[in-house]
Design a protein around this ligand. Structure first.
Ligand code: GCU
Length: 618
């Protein structure tokens, strides 16, 4: 029986705790995540929202820091008489676009970290036998949502979707939603205080109302059985524990139809096999329309999705896609919008970023360091790019804090719940550059265990660092390596460490008989800055560094993939060099304005060689 996907979480955000203790009615967990929202009946709430910038949380707490459970901004109150004292007014407040971070929408908010209140009014017409959920693609970092004056749920974590039931709160005519969003960094948060990416705050992804029948298809998992070429298995979970409910799954293109019934937990498992099944791969990103139907009459539900079938496994040093060895020609990507900066959030953004990756000759992308928006994954499915998906367990977080672990577990669970039917996703990564301590390794091992319990069909990895050097030999012997399927390693020979030519003498070893993905390497260059190849920040320096890198990488016997840092320059609060960085990390192969740097062609050429080698060995 497949595991339950209900969120395991405990509140770490001081605020949530004080809310929970102050007035239980203010803090509630989101409902179990509804999958495949893309193909459901939805009402978009995207567009302009009124916004109140509230640096002192005045809309939530009084001057004694007590929660304003009766007169907080969730009420969206208006003075009823001239004597009434109401010191806010959403209607008269400026607007912000949703989806979108607030930082790049107003110069005054570029560096702003704190609270912003969002309000949107919308007409609604309740329908019989219909439940309604408020669905948020992401809200960075901590958010509380309320509808028509009642708080419906709160959520921690800025990069995963969540939804809350609002059926009983909606009424005929004008309704309103208020969302409190706070992106204050916290030591016990995930991520923690320091990151090399901009802490974009806000309702950064699509917000919509999702309409479903009284009993609906809550979740499903469909996949090729690893090690087979033609056997598909999966399960469907209904929104309540209703037994003996008929569920039908179909692949119309193959005239496949299978009917099963739910057990007493509302779960139904199925399997089908068909020799005609075409498998998904980067060269042939075949997707099938997949339909699931359940129930009848008022509780009849039907969803469809585009599903690719492929298996991904390891055997010794090999990564096997559909049973055949593959080299993952990749690049790392931040969810930074091309040209306009800020959080990427649209299909067009995904097309542009993944289009550049394809131009590089990539068949793989590392989406760093947090789950990206769903448009990216669906585009990767369609374009034929395998994906490394990661949660923001980044650098040194509070390993010994149980609430921090629960938070990380929750983000991992939400990530896998949303994306497990995406053929493109090959690897779940549980973190990046985390220091080797017992508490950390125990923390990471717990995440690995959770991921394996949720999805046994994909590979587990993490971006590790070199722990020991023996002369010119670098050892990848992080103890966490024992728990992973694929070793990821970040190295910066020629940038943070020594000179580019030092790579020529570098050797790599690992005690683990596992494939290695060099998950980061690279150096910075300002697009258009030219000079000698030993002058940092010039395109020539970056180009030279990569030439030494690819020669070194070719000499690593257990290397099966690379995702250099990084596809495109991105905003970072740690990059302060005037005239060069100006709050941008310039390690991109492409500038934030889409200009390809010389290094782009070094990597493109190397990936062409890799592709030719692979085809000739098949
Ligand atoms: C680190 C880290 C990245 C960072 C990069 C850099 O390894 O994982 O998030 O941006 O190095 O320093 O440019």
């Amino acid at each position: 029986m497949s595991p339950s996907f209900s969120c395991m979480r405990t509140r770490v955000f001081g605020l949530a705790l004080s809310i929970a203790t102050a007035c239980a009615c203010l803090a509630q967990q989101p409902a179990p995540l509804i999958i495949d929202v893309e193909h459901r009946s939805t009402i978009s709430l995207n567009g302009s929202w009124h916004a109140i910038v509230d640096p002192y949380d005045t809309g939530l707490k009084d001057y004694r820091s007590h929660i304003r459970s009766q007169d907080g901004f969730f009420r969206n109150a208006k003075p009823q008489t001239p004597q009434d004292l109401i010191e806010y007014d959403f209607d008269k407040s400026e607007t912000l676009k949703v989806p979108g971070d607030w930082n790049t929408q107003r110069p005054s908010l570029l560096f702003y970290e704190g609270t912003v209140w969002y309000e949107k009014s919308f007409p609604y017409h309740p329908k019989p036998h219909t439940r309604v959920f408020l669905h948020l693609g992401a809200a960075n970092y901590f958010s509380i949502a309320g509808v028509n004056g009642t708080v419906v749920c709160d959520h921690e974590g800025g990069f995963t979707s969540f939804n809350c039931e609002v059926t009983s709160l909606l009424h005929e005519g004008e309704n309103f939603v208020v969302v409190y969003v706070n992106n204050t960094r916290k030591a016990e948060g995930v991520p923690t205080l320091s990151t090399d990416w901009w802490n974009y705050g806000g309702l950064t992804r699509d917000v919509q109302l999702v309409e479903v029948p009284e009993r609906f298809i809550q979740d499903s998992f469909i996949h090729l059985i690893p090690g087979t070429q033609d056997q598909v298995a999966g399960w469907v979970k209904l929104s309540d524990a209703a037994a003996d409910q008929r569920v039908t799954v179909q692949i119309p293109e193959l005239a496949i139809e299978r009917s099963v019934t739910t057990d007493r937990t509302g779960m139904a498992e199925f399997s089908v096999s068909d020799k005609r099944l075409q498998l998904w791969s980067p060269d042939h990103p075949k997707l099938y329309k997949f339909e699931i139907e359940s129930g009848s009459d008022a509780s009849k539900d039907k969803i469809e999705d585009e599903i690719g079938f492929r298996s991904i496994e390891v055997r010794g040093h090999e990564v096997l896609l559909n049973g055949a060895p593959i080299f993952l020609r990749g690049v790392s990507i931040h969810e930074e919008a091309p040209y306009r900066s800020g959080r990427a959030n649209s299909e067009d953004d995904a097309k542009t970023l993944l289009g550049w990756a394809k131009e590089l000759g990539a068949n793989f992308v590392r989406l760093a360091h947090y789950p990206h928006n769903e448009h990216m994954l669906r585009m990767a499915d369609r374009m034929g790019l395998m994906v490394w998906s990661e949660i923001p367990v980044y650098w040194d977080i509070r390993w010994d804090n149980p609430a921090t672990l629960a938070n990380a577990e929750n983000q991992l669970t939400e990530n896998i719940t949303r994306d497990k039917n995406r053929a493109s996703i090959a690897i779940w990564s549980v973190g990046n550059e985390t220091p080797v301590t017992d508490a950390r390794t125990k923390f990471m091992q717990s995440l690995v265990k959770t991921a394996r319990a949720l999805d046994s069909t994909r590979l587990l990895s993490a971006a590790l660092q070199v722990q020991h050097r023996d002369g010119t030999t670098r050892m990848i012997d992080d103890p966490l390596g024992a728990d992973l399927d694929v070793l990821g390693c970040n190295e910066y020979i020629g940038w943070y460490e020594g000179k580019p030519e030092d790579a020529d003498k570098a050797n790599w070893k690992s005690p683990y008989d596992k494939p290695l993905i060099m998950s980061e390497f690279g150096g910075s260059a300002l697009s258009g800055l030219h000079g000698n190849s030993d002058a940092r920040f010039t395109e020539e320096y970056q180009e030279d560094l990569y030439k030494h890198q690819v020669a070194m990488l070719d000499r690593i016997p257990f290397l099966r993939g690379t995702s250099p840092w990084i596809l495109m320059d991105f905003r970072s609060p740690r990059r302060l060099l005037p005239g060069i960085q100006d709050y941008y990390n310039r390690k991109g192969l492409v500038s934030d304005q889409g200009e390809k740097k010389k290094v782009f062609y070094v990597l493109q050429k190397w990936y062409q060689q890799k592709q030719t080698q692979e085809h000739s060995s098949q």
